[in-house]
Design a protein around this ligand. Structure first.
Ligand SMILES: NC(=O)c1ccc[n+]([C@@H]2O[C@H](COP(=O)([O-])OP(=O)(O)OC[C@H]3O[C@@H](n4cnc5c(N)ncnc54)[C@H](O)[C@@H]3O)[C@@H](O)[C@H]2O)c1
Length: 317
């Protein structure tokens, strides 16, 4: 059993990952400044350190004291719209924060697995192949996508320069229990909530825009599979399949949508080719979309019925 750190472990994906690490028997330290995450998502068996990843000294102290084997780096400013409003803050958290995490890993001799983004990284397709392989050019269309690509670059730099083992996971649009409506796949949680309220879903644009939806339990499995993978490698973590917003509404049984004008800067198409993760990590999507949507809907329902309880994660539904 090992000591591990999960940054962003009070958030959607990080708390689900922390649960799985606790279940494996590891000593889990969560680093989160609770700017977006919440204390109730952190597993009771983990230790929460209210540290901002922009605070290099606090991270170094923690890493030198606990000497984790792995640092799973998921803490981020993960809101595309917020990044547009305050690009400096986005870069501070996602770029400087990542450099600080890498410095801490270097000091502690830890391996790093970095949560990056597929869709926001590759950007608009403009004739590029869909689903995109890792070798596709990255052309972010948002500050968030740009800061994540910079974080990736620093990971690879630390591997080249200092032999710090780093692995980058480019995630698709992650959905599932504990998802909040503001993330990259927030639309699933929004539609599920509106369904329970008996309100029609609102679609921005024609609803034909596609995304690669990947269940949080599968994403957790990818982090676990990648933790000892070859240093310096980058993997797409997605289903490799385009799903439109209208498909999603149908899958959820969310009713007849209402249409609103398209939002600026939204990508038309997005899907990630997961072949490399299949070959080198033995990873693939296990959760069929209809069942994953049903689990998400159930988790929203459970949350409403018992708002004071620890929100159900993918291991609980
Ligand atoms: N959800 C998705 O669809 C998706 C897709 C691609 C990549 N990602 C990446 O996966 C990671 C986790 O995303 P999520 O959806 O769970 O988001 P989330 O917002 O639920 O989790 C991020 C966590 O980071 C914490 N955090 C933010 N700024 C911090 C700071 N300065 N110091 C310490 N902690 C800080 C927040 O409080 C939050 O708990 C992020 O790095 C995100 O960019 C998510």
């Amino acid at each position: 059993m090992a000591t591990v750190v999960v940054t962003g472990g009070a958030g959607f994906i990080g708390s689900n990952l922390a649960d799985a690490l606790v279940a494996e028997g590891h000593t889990v330290h969560v680093v989160d400044n609770l700017s977006h995450g919440t204390r109730d998502k952190v597993p009771p068996a983990a230790t929460l350190h209210e540290i901002d990843v922009r605070d290099r000294d606090a991270l170094m102290q923690l890493a030198e004291r606990e000497r984790p084997r792995h640092i799973f780096h998921l803490a981020a400013q993960a809101d595309v719209r917020k990044a547009l409003e305050d690009p400096g803050y986005d870069a501070d958290v996602n770029v400087i924060g990542t450099v600080n995490v890498l410095e801490a890993a270097r000091a502690a001799g830890a391996r790093v697995v970095f949560a990056s983004t597929g869709g926001a990284g590759y950007g608009e397709y403009d004739g590029l192949p869909v689903p995109s392989p890792e070798t596709s050019e990255t052309r972010p269309m948002s500050h968030y996508g740009m800061s994540k690509m910079a974080g990736e670059g620093y990971c690879r730099l630390y591997t080249r320069l200092y032999d710090v083992p780093t692995v980058v996971l480019r995630l698709g649009n992650v959905y599932g229990p504990r998802q909040d409506p503001h993330g990259e796949a927030g639309v699933v949680a929004i539609f599920a909530g509106r369904m329970l309220d008996g309100v029609a879903p609102t679609v921005f644009g024609d609803g034909l825009q596609t995304r690669d939806y990947v269940y949080v339990g599968d994403v957790v499995a990818a982090f676990l599979a990648a933790r000892d993978a070859t240093a310096g490698e980058t993997f797409n973590i997605g289903a490799g399949r385009e799903v439109s917003v209208l498909d999603l509404i149908e899958g959820l049984g969310a009713g007849e949508p209402q249409f609103a004008p398209a939002r600026l800067g939204e990508l038309g198409r997005s899907a990630l080719d997961p072949a490399k993760a299949g070959r080198e990590l033995g990873w693939s999507v296990r959760m069929p979309l209809p069942e994953g949507l049903e689990a998400t809907r159930r988790s929203v329902e459970m949350r409403r019925a018992a708002p004071d309880e620890r929100p159900a994660g993918y291991l609980d539904v």
